[in-house]
Design a protein around this ligand. Structure first.
Ligand SMILES: [Zn+2]
Ligand SMILES: [Zn+2]
Length: 345
């Protein structure tokens, strides 16, 4: 499908997709991907708040991403919505658009846009390693691959996720008198930690902060079995949380909510826990290195697998990945999109 190098040289990919202050924009199709400002037509890769914002007139996304946006923002989050079936092509003003699994969180998708034989894939956020809570990343051949670069430094090599969950379970076994407070972002990370604990054989009730309840319910409704969950409220039941695992958003652990638990072991599930100093600064006793983004090897492997003619690099450490592409004779440039943080990690 993809263009020959000489054909590619004749065409300007920027006519199909380019960066603007509101986000990635398709001049040919007159739509945006993950815009950071309200626009007329938005295609959304996934439900993290820096990618999925409310207030667009028309939104196209996977059914699950639309559901997640409605849970977070209310049913009126957009004027009109359109559910994208994975792998199916839709025409928007003469541009073919299709969604493909990104392996990042439930509902996450890469968006491929194509016109006159040129295909650009905007991957949103993605990862390559298995995640029991969402479909795995599907490589889509393309002329231009747009990649995020959250962990795009050779120092970032995420360890085996199962070993990280085993660390947590070992600590629970070693300190039966203490509670374990696990900080994990509300969309994706929290459910992944819970599901991985179940896969490792942990069958006790897991207590969750109220901010996770709706999304955990939604994951369960989509067939991701999280086992027995209960609200982590003192009023609710006789548990004094000794020996228990409690999962909550990282922000909750800074406030009074966290002080009710007996002698807590503070844990944080994040790719950033690879940086020991960062864990220490945040008062994390047990860092759990678990990321929903690619590490350095996954990024370079993906670019190698796809072999695109160009790579556009966004949100993160653009320079290192652009340099790696240069060294490997792949044309690459930073996109300089603004407004993306790492809610997912
Ligand atoms: Zn992101
Ligand atoms: Zn994300």
């Amino acid at each position: 499908m993809s263009l020959s190098r000489s054909q590619f040289a004749m065409m300007r990919p920027e006519a199909l997709l380019c960066s603007t202050p509101a986000g990635l924009y398709s001049p040919a199709g007159d739509f945006y991907i993950d815009p950071v400002r309200p626009v007329d037509r938005a295609l959304i890769t996934h439900g993290h708040s820096d990618h999925a914002r409310s207030g667009h007139a028309k939104v196209m996304a996977t059914r699950q991403t639309l559901d997640i946006m409605a849970l977070r923002y209310g049913a009126g989050f957009a004027g009109q919505t359109q559910a994208a079936e994975l792998g199916q092509t839709t025409e928007i003003n003469g541009v073919s658009v299709s969604f493909h699994p990104a392996g990042h969180v439930l509902g996450s998708a890469q968006i491929a846009v194509e016109k006159e034989g040129m295909r650009i894939v905007a991957s949103g956020d993605y990862k390559r390693r298995p995640d029991p809570t969402c479909l795995g990343f599907e490589p889509v051949a393309c002329d231009v691959f747009i990649t995020e670069a959250t962990f795009a430094l050779p120092v970032f090599r995420h360890p085996d996720s199962r070993d990280e969950i085993a660390k947590l379970l070992k600590s629970v076994e070693q300190f039966p008198e203490r509670s374990h407070l696990v900080g994990a972002y509300a969309l994706g990370k929290a459910q992944r930690v819970i599901r991985m604990l179940r896969d490792a054989g942990y069958d006790q009730t897991i207590y969750i902060h109220g901010a996770l309840a709706k999304l955990c319910d939604y994951y369960q409704s989509q067939g991701i079995d999280l086992g027995k969950l209960a609200p982590a409220t003192v009023e609710n039941g006789s548990s004094d949380f000794r020996g228990a695992i409690i999962v909550g958003p990282p922000s909750a652990f800074l406030d009074r909510w966290a002080r009710r638990f007996p002698d807590p072991v503070s844990c944080f599930a994040s790719g950033w826990m690879r940086i020991r100093q960062r864990a220490r600064q945040q008062g994390v006793e047990l860092p759990i290195i678990l990321s929903d983004h690619c590490d350095w090897d996954e990024l370079t492997q993906t670019i190698g697998d796809l072999g695109p003619k160009q790579v556009w690099v966004t949100h993160g450490r653009e320079e290192a990945l652009v340099r790696w592409c240069d060294l490997n004779h792949i044309a690459a440039r930073p996109l300089h999109l603004v407004g993306y943080e790492d809610e997912g990690d």
